[in-house]
Design a protein around this ligand. Structure first.
Ligand code: BV8
Length: 247
């Protein structure tokens, strides 16, 4: 691995603008199940079946309880060394943007500031009728709770078949088009439009690095793959990067 990191550090020497794109794999070592892993969320349902507006309108209580279940897991989770390494990278590069598909808030907890949450945040809620945002839930003995307007309150996350927040998407496209290096960490690169960002960066001449346990659909276009746990390889890369920068 050492020679791989040495190769990477060589390539990073003249790079100024780093974008990091993360998926569920960066939170796996915090004990949060990924979507498609063997430890996947709720075995009896596929995430794609529950994370949809149709599922919520057909069975709001089931979908609400699924998110409550995930919130309880996430509340007990702490940022792992991969999250901490990504936070350190924000300090090391003159220009930086973190684009995450995750809704678990762990990058913010780890200290990152420049974050685009492409798919929302599980600790934020919105009325499914009038769109009002809630950070704390109103008192209600209904499941899901209702807004004053009578509409059900839902998690403020992006479901399959729903458009991503325009401002988040614009920043994601803008930074992916302008960066000169992109790290893609812990994503199966299947979910669109997030999965199109690495190709966008590549088209603009960025140096692409993938960190994953296994190859993904973008492995053929990246310049360097590290098949390892993010919580192990990222801290190693960042430590060596700090040594290089301070020497
Ligand atoms: C949309 C929030 C426009 C909710 C999520 C083409 C263009 C546009 C749209 C589509 C398209 N083709 C299909 C679509 C529709 C759809 C889509 O992409 N479907 C997929 C399944 C094919 N996209 C959408 O619907 C998007 N909307 O495009 O709007 C539109 C509007 C109307 C009609 C059509 C289009 C909205 C997508 C957002 C869905 N919401 N999350 C919630 O979380 O509950 S997506 C959700 O799943 C996550 O946020 C995440 O993005 C995704 C899971 O992906 P990953 O993060 O990659 O996680 P996964 O488990 O898959 O992989 C983990 C990886 O980590 C693995 O590779 C594993 O090897 C690795 N790993 C594990 N442990 C480690 C590790 N790596 C390193 N270290 C470890 N320790």
């Amino acid at each position: 691995m050492d020679k791989d990191i040495k190769f990477l550090l060589e390539k990073l020497k003249d790079k100024k603008y780093l974008v990091v794109l993360t998926g569920a794999g960066v939170s796996a070592e915090s004990g949060i199940p990924t979507f498609r892993g063997t430890d996947g969320l709720w075995k009896e349902f596929k995430s794609e079946e529950l994370a949809t507006p149709q599922a919520f309108s057909q069975n709001p209580e089931l979908v609400w309880k699924w998110y409550e279940h995930r919130r309880e897991i996430i509340k007990k989770a702490e940022p792992n060394p991969a999250h901490l390494a990504v936070a350190r990278l924000e300090e090391l590069f003159p220009e930086f943007m973190l684009i995450t598909q995750n809704i678990d808030n762990l990058h913010r907890k780890a200290g990152n500031k420049k974050i685009v949450e492409l798919h929302g945040n599980i600790f934020r809620y919105r009325c499914s009728n009038d769109g009002r945002i809630f950070t704390n839930l109103p008192e209600s003995d209904e499941i899901p709770p209702r807004c004053e307007c009578g509409g059900y309150i839902r998690p403020d996350v992006v479901w399959f078949g729903e458009s991503l927040p325009e401002d988040a998407l614009n920043v994601a496209f803008q930074s992916s088009s302008s960066c000169d290096v992109m790290f893609v960490v812990g994503t199966s690169a299947l979910v669109q439009p997030a999965a199109s960002l690495p190709a966008l960066a590549k088209r603009n001449g960025s140096f692409l690095v993938e960190i994953n346990l296994e190859p993904t659909p973008i492995s053929s276009i990246v310049d360097k793959s590290f098949f390892a746990k993010a919580g192990e390889i990222l801290p190693e890369i960042v430590t060596k990067l700090c040594d290089t920068m301070s020497s």
